[in-house]
Design a protein around this ligand. Structure first.
Ligand SMILES: [Zn+2]
Length: 94
């Protein structure tokens, strides 16, 4: 949900998240006074996954995540095509 800024006359600014369809023009502050919504752009994600994705994308330019050597022979290998889901064992085999 996007985060909106509200302004309380006594406490100052605070943020609250609402659905875009339900965002009110004013809401109750923690002190109980009504707080008007400020003019700001809604903050999506608050620097979470979107910022991580942008950082990871930027990092691939300098340090791409590629394998630069052959894994050691004793390293565990991922079973290709072998499912661990027990329901898949009941499926007909070709
Ligand atoms: Zn307040």
């Amino acid at each position: 949900m996007p985060v909106y800024q509200f302004h309380c006359a006594d406490c100052g600014r605070f943020e609250a998240s609402f659905r875009m369809a339900d965002v009110p023009d004013s809401t109750a502050c923690a002190c109980g006074a009504p707080a008007r919504r400020g003019v700001s752009s809604p903050a999506f994600g608050r620097g979470g996954s979107a910022m991580k994705l942008m950082d990871a994308t930027r990092a691939t330019a300098d340090t791409p995540a590629v394998v630069d050597r052959i894994p050691p022979s004793g390293a565990p290998r991922r079973a290709a095509g072998k499912s661990t889901n027990p329901l898949h064992a009941k499926l007909p085999r070709p």
